[in-house]
Design a protein around this ligand. Structure first.
Ligand SMILES: [Zn+2]
Ligand SMILES: [Zn+2]
Length: 449
């Protein structure tokens, strides 16, 4: 419970709009008011994956005031075991962020990389517990209709990006949890790692964070997501689809479309044949699958036989095996389309996400924590498959491989336009519920230690 939050009043500090002033006799409304301020600040300025410089800076600035250790920039990514994973950040984007925010003190300290980890150490012995909060937005222009609550409330984004997946809420829950934990270290058992992860929407940041050294030592690990099921229920064990993304390229040769069409090798036709046949891959009896062709480009004018065409391909399956099956079938179709039209083809890997198994033991712990904070039993769901994908699964699997336990928690809410839609929103009153739930979970898990 939040009984131990009384001590938080001691560290009340005036710190412009970032301040959360927990009161000695805090109630949910007070907590909601304070968390709303944070959520709205982050909502107003969404940044895309690997560009979250301002976002990372504001999280650091907030956590700097707390009793925790911050790992960011070189301190986080130095001695990284797989440096080839660290090539996604661009110097140009970092320079642009520094210029835009007038050499913001914190942005200058980030060394060109986004994301951070806050470590909070209890004075009492106990397990190592990790939480994942993703911080990136999406390339969506937010709705400017007054029926859209962020717009009516004056905190809609106007920078052509949008927190249309609720990651602004994840950051907020993470900061609320950090504050409670950091101000309770005398009684706190164990060591806590709060991962503020970049680039989830690109399914790239989770793989990077899964390689951080301390991940192997985590006893428990909890990623969270808000929204999703459209109703206010907590899901104790969320599952996602495995995902593989590819760039598909067809290369032929140009010719005059009127004079010598027979001399061209038509890459556009090959790409079209492949795209339509990809949707025809047989379903798999082992579970759910998804196939989608995204951006499709063939630049030639209408009087030229197309020499080049490319598209992005997204393959998802309920298991890693189903995803592999889709990849095998897709490769055959792409090769076949190339042969049919006498062109060459390439299928280049872009990104992937795995599936992960939620621990039955931790699903029970989340259920218990829900009941302890007053969530009704019929508003708790043990397992739910979301037909999306998640890169926190890389971190979950790294923890599980090293003997730790993990479950992915869903904090359900109405989602208005739905995820990744310009009208997306969630009920802000789930924010204090999320903070209380995670804190209660830590109390329950460590009570027997
Ligand atoms: Zn998303
Ligand atoms: Zn998301």
């Amino acid at each position: 419970m939040l009984a131990s939050m009384g001590c938080i009043a001691d560290c009340k500090k005036e710190r412009n709009e970032l301040n959360i002033s927990y009161l000695p006799n805090i109630n949910e409304n007070d907590l909601l008011t304070e968390l709303k301020k944070l959520r709205r600040m982050f909502h107003k300025n969404p940044e895309l994956g690997f560009n979250e410089f301002w976002t990372t800076a504001r999280i650091c600035e907030y956590l700097e005031e707390l009793n925790c250790t911050l790992l960011y920039g070189d301190g986080l990514y130095n001695n990284f075991s797989e440096p080839e994973l660290l090539t996604e950040w661009s110097d140009k984007a970092y320079k642009a962020a520094k210029d835009r925010y007038n050499n913001d003190e914190w942005i200058s300290k980030l060394g060109g990389r986004t994301g951070l980890v806050a470590i909070i150490e209890g004075k009492q012995p106990g397990p190592e517990i990790g939480f994942r909060f993703d911080i990136d937005g999406l390339p969506i222009k937010e709705s400017s209709e007054k029926s859209h609550a962020p717009c009516a409330g004056g905190f809609n984004a106007t920078n052509e990006n949008m927190h249309a997946c609720g990651h602004d809420g994840h950051i907020t829950v993470g900061l609320g949890l950090a504050k409670i934990l950091a101000n309770n270290t005398e009684q706190l058992k164990g060591k806590y790692y709060l991962l503020f992860q970049p680039a989830e929407e690109l399914i790239l940041g989770g793989k990077i964070f899964s390689k951080l050294k301390f991940i192997q030592g985590l006893d428990y690990f909890f990623p969270i997501h808000i929204g999703l099921i459209g109703i206010k229920k907590v899901i104790c064990g969320l599952s996602f689809l495995a995902d593989k993304r590819y760039n598909v390229l067809f290369k032929g040769s140009r010719s005059h479309a009127g004079a010598y069409p027979e001399e061209g090798k038509n890459a556009l036709l090959a790409a079209c044949s492949a795209a339509t046949n990809l949707y025809g891959i047989s379903r798999h009896s082992g579970g759910t699958s998804r196939i989608n062709v995204g951006e499709f480009i063939a630049n030639n004018a209408s009087n030229i036989i197309s020499d080049k065409a490319r598209f992005e391909l997204d393959l998802r399956g309920e298991t890693n095996e189903i995803c592999e099956y889709l990849k095998f079938q897709a490769q055959n179709i792409i090769n076949g389309a190339a042969i049919m039209h006498n062109v060459e083809s390439e299928m280049t890997f872009l990104a992937e996400a795995e599936t992960a198994n939620n621990s039955i033991e931790l699903i029970s712990e989340v259920r218990k924590a829900c009941l302890d904070i007053g969530i009704e039993s019929d508003a708790i769901i043990d397992n739910y498959l979301v037909p999306g994908s998640e890169d926190a699964t890389f971190i979950m699997n790294a923890v599980i491989r090293n003997g730790g336990l993990s479950t992915y928690i869903g904090i359900g809410s109405p989602t208005f336009g739905g995820h990744h839609n310009e009208q997306f929103d969630f009920d802000e009153d789930i924010l204090p519920k999320g903070v209380k739930l995670l804190y209660q979970l830590t109390e329950n898990i460590t009570s027997g230690e």
